[in-house]
Design a protein around this ligand. Structure first.
Ligand code: GLA
Length: 385
């Protein structure tokens, strides 16, 4: 990471001729609890050692100058002319500025350079890292004194409103609230959360990237959201207290199954079961029982594949191959799905064999080479030095 920090810093100094504030903003993993956040359910994410590094400095006018080291592209605008860009990456920054302005916070322009090592569009929420980092930066530069939850909400709204992706709150929440060696169980209804230790040196988190990129905005994501809402509407007729799938039990679903479109029913059943799994998986973590925990990850994947239908052939190949490696506790697709990556919990001593086998199997079956990253659970968005 030091090299990355230095190259972002030097690039800033070369471009803008002054000293920046340096910020690291991580990508996230999610151990279990997928497609539950926008159903007001539970998730279990953590921040990682894969980060976006930002060099930023305040200005005393309205100008905003951005440079993306990874794309080698510049973008310039002013606070009163924020608009979506065909370059796309500036939108994650502009969207956050837009939210600060809409909320009436007193900010000026910024000079900013950023670069990172989170696989872009790979399911580790590189976009939330940019948004969370930007929210953190503005709060710091303009001394607004906003708390992490407010910054989290701003970052999510930036994505929802400016970028136009109706994502839930998990990614930004994990990005801003992460702690080293801890994952967090978030109640996505109340936004109460609890840290769980995740510190076993003999267990590694391995991210396997299909290298297939999906367009979250144009994907099935919004369709799934609508299907969940449809299920809620049906049950509300009988159970007025039901506000979201969070309030739904398997029993309710069984009782009214006939009234559901079968596809909508499957979607809802998946979400209800996944919420139950998160609760139990947290218990497994407390008991230090990674075997039981891994089984729940496997079940989560089966649900995402068969009932929620957001997996892909590539993701399934990675998961199936991973599960054949002795020393793998569990493996499943992570994030929105369709492309991106899988997450596996692997015994430290089995990581090399894992890498070899999964890469070989994937290459044989798809002709593509996957990227395999061992990641650590690290602190959330923070100032450097
Ligand atoms: C994406 C979204 C999150 C969440 C996951 C699925 O990462 O940004 O809010 O819905 O998909 O769990």
């Amino acid at each position: 990471m030091e090299k990355l920090v230095e190259s972002v810093r030097q690039s800033f100094v070369r471009k803008f001729g002054r000293r920046p504030v340096m910020i690291a903003s991580p990508g996230r993993i999610n151990l279990i609890g997928e497609h539950t956040d926008y159903n007001e359910g539970f998730v279990l994410p953590g921040a990682t050692d894969r980060v976006v590094v930002m060099a930023v400095a305040e200005r005393d006018d309205e100008l905003c100058r951005f440079y993306s080291l990874d794309f080698d592209q510049s973008y310039e605008t002013t606070l009163n002319r924020l608009q979506r860009s065909p370059l796309r990456w500036p939108d994650y920054l502009q969207g956050v500025l837009d939210q600060f302005l809409k909320a009436g916070y007193r900010i000026k322009g910024v000079d900013l350079v950023f670069g990172g090592n989170i696989p872009i569009g790979g399911g580790m929420s590189s976009s939330a890292a940019v948004e969370g980092g930007m929210a953190f930066a503005l709060n710091y530069l303009y001394q607004l004194g906003l708390d992490l939850l407010t910054l989290t909400r701003i970052a999510q709204k930036a994505e929802n409103e400016f970028v136009g992706v109706k994502c839930g709150i998990m990614d930004m929440f994990a990005n801003l609230h992460g702690q080293a060696k801890k994952v967090m169980k978030i109640d996505c209804r109340t936004l109460e959360f609890e840290y769980f230790p995740f510190e076993r040196e003999d267990v590694r988190v391995v991210i396997s990237d299909t290298m297939v990129r999906r367009e979250l905005a144009s994907s099935e994501y919004n369709v799934r959201r609508r299907q969940c809402e449809e299920g809620v509407k049906i049950l509300q007729k009988y159970y007025p207290a039901v506000k979201s799938l969070r309030d739904v039990t398997l029993e309710m679903l069984e009782t009214h199954r006939q009234e559901f479109d079968p596809v909508v029913w499957k979607r809802c059943a998946y979400v209800v079961r996944e919420n139950l799994r998160v609760e139990k998986a947290c218990q497994d973590l407390k008991n230090n029982d990674f075997v039981a925990f891994g089984q729940k990850m496997n079940e989560s994947h089966e649900g995402l594949k068969n009932d929620y239908e957001v997996s892909s052939a590539e993701l399934n190949i990675l998961v199936e191959s991973a599960r054949q490696v002795p020393g793998v506790f569990g493996s499943r697709m992570m994030g929105a799905g369709f492309g991106g990556c899988t997450i596996s919990l692997v015994e430290a001593g089995a990581v090399d064999i894992f890498r070899e086998k999964v890469s070989a199997d994937y290459q044989k079956q798809t002709g593509k080479e996957p990227a395999v990253h061992v990641v650590r659970v690290e602190a959330g968005t923070r100032l450097l030095e």
